[in-house]
Design a protein around this ligand. Structure first.
Ligand SMILES: [Zn+2]
Ligand SMILES: [Zn+2]
Length: 133
């Protein structure tokens, strides 16, 4: 069964907005240090969609860094208000993740697993129904 969602969202200041009519390829909480620093929160909620299904208005700023895997990770954010919006991985150029917190309505979001659960903060509760990865 495919999980297709109509997604809209924006950065905090509204200079960048986006829409996707997208099949959700993967959805997860990520507890890695890169996601924690990038978002400034205890973990990141991410939804991965086919890159061609996402459209945005406004110019994102980008920052690229190398992951431990050797892949290049690129973050898209608003250069005005700093909100983190999207991210890509050079190993999987056909998909992009959207930061779930920037969506207008993410009530459908249901993480399939906890990525990098081993590096989560001790205070972060883990839903036992969700797989660790
Ligand atoms: Zn903004
Ligand atoms: Zn991460």
């Amino acid at each position: 069964m495919t999980n297709t969602q109509t997604i809209t969202g924006s950065c905090l200041c509204g200079q960048i907005s986006y829409q996707a009519q997208a099949q959700i390829l993967f959805q997860a909480h990520c507890h890695c240090q890169a996601c924690r620093k990038n978002g400034g929160s205890a973990y990141a909620a991410l939804a991965f969609v086919p890159i061609e299904s996402l459209n945005w208005q406004g110019q994102t700023s980008t920052f690229s860094h190398d992951a431990d895997s050797g892949n290049t990770m690129t973050k898209h954010f608003c250069g005005h208000c700093g909100s983190q919006l999207f991210g890509t991985n050079s190993a999987k150029p056909e998909r992009i993740h959207i930061k779930v917190g920037t969506m207008e309505d993410a009530t459908w979001f249901q993480p399939q697993c906890n990525v990098w659960a081993s590096s989560r903060l001790p205070s972060t509760p883990i839903d036992p129904a969700i797989e660790d990865l």
